[in-house]
Design a protein around this ligand. Sequence first.
Ligand code: SF4
Ligand SMILES: [Zn+2]
Length: 360
Amino acid sequence: MERNIAEINEVVQNATIHARGNSLKHRKKRDPTRPAARWITEARVGRERGTALAVVLSTIGCAHARSDSGGCTMCSYLLDGVEESPTPEQILSQFRLAMAELESKSAPLSIKIYTSGSFLDPDEIPPIARSEILRIIAEDKRIREVVLESRPEYINDQVLSGVRSILGDRIIEIGMGLESSSDTVRSVCINKNFDLNAFKIALKTAKNHNIGIRAYVLLKPPLLSERDALLDATKTIQEAKALGVTTVSLNPVNVQKDTLVEKLWSKGRYRPPWLWSVLEVLRNAGSGTDRWMKIVCDPVAGGKQRGAHNCGKCDTGIVEAIRQFSISQDSTVLQNHTCECISQWKHVLKHEDFALVVHR
Ligand code: SF4
Ligand SMILES: [Zn+2]
């Protein structure tokens, strides 16, 4: 069985590399002193409502995506990066520009630092730039929460004790792409290139430094039916909860450029998840009673063809309810949505697996 999975993974890996093609050669030239993106949102900060600044720093991008293993099947973040690694000064200039967005904002604030890969990878963010960024944050008393992102291989005691000592007693979370608790789904459908054990070790290390883990859970990776995807995400959230993650971020797949997902989608062989499935997974997660674990979801391209969508008539209200739920954690906003397209979604859940076997 393990050999079969490894063989299928190799096919998926090659297809992922093929889908990316030479897109990197055509990616947009970026100014290395400016972040790839930055935005402010209303957000849940600890147990309060507050404001979050999200910044995407331009770096050389995710090592997994740059390597021969080809990156994940749904991810084109590498296209947000720059060709040559920015200097520490250039990275700091990107960060300072983003911080200016917070000038008029009042506490409590949260900062989410994304790169096109891992903030804790020293090849992406040199340690000297990492420490300086954290020091700038530490000087700002309004900032109560800091969210970083990293693959598990860069999480170790030495790095985390440095992060903790600079940020003091702030809430710190590291976002990690668990995606699925199934090693088979994570490897065959996503090509993630790490196993559940690596996730568990990183989580334990983080816990030792009083640092929480924000587990990214993917809804509907390619090669899964709507029903299987719904069940997989629900099970993954339960298992992430049992492992002790502090937040689950449910990420419905959106179709990004030059990915295997886009290739399948353009041939009519992939549809992003229904918003009904997103609602169902969030309701199943039972966050209303589990106050210790936050569940958030911000469906990228929600309601559009490339994002989680329904029929077009009911999408806006549902996406808004999902966003409100993420801020308030009040699961009642997820109830009582209805539309005639719900019967079509139910039909898909019931018959799609069978149709895939018969018609393809
Ligand atoms: S999803 Fe994360 S780990 Fe996968 S290729 Fe993108 S940045 Fe890298
Ligand atoms: Zn509808």
